[in-house]
Design a protein around this ligand. Structure first.
Ligand SMILES: [Cu+2]
Length: 103
């Protein structure tokens, strides 16, 4: 389910990273956070968020769904925190927060 698919996703990501010339640095141990992002109206909003996040050190990748208003963001926890990611998104005029728990 959710946890399972994110494990698969992380494995894929790790394989991808190791293929891009790791010069003996610390291995990145990425984490993925799922956020609720509201206020997006079109693909430009999504692209704007991704563009802004991509300039944050520690940001790796994101998958943002306009319809479900969910953002799944992969990041390096040694460099950036989910709080910083949320702050960046809200600075763009969107509301970002933790996904409400579903029973
Ligand atoms: Cu838009």
């Amino acid at each position: 389910m959710k946890i399972f698919s994110s494990v698969i996703f992380l494995c894929t990501l790790l394989l991808g990273l190791s293929g891009c010339g790791n010069a003996g640095g610390d291995p990145v141990d990425p984490e993925t956070v799922e956020l609720s992002v509201t206020g997006m109206t079109c693909e430009n909003c999504v692209n704007g968020i991704q563009h802004t996040l991509s300039r944050l050190d520690g940001y790796i990748q994101s998958d943002i769904d306009l319809e479900t208003e969910r953002a799944r963001i992969t990041y390096d926890p040694g460099k950036v925190t989910p709080a910083q990611l949320m702050t960046r998104i809200s600075q763009l005029g969107f509301e970002a927060g933790p996904v409400p728990e579903t029973p």
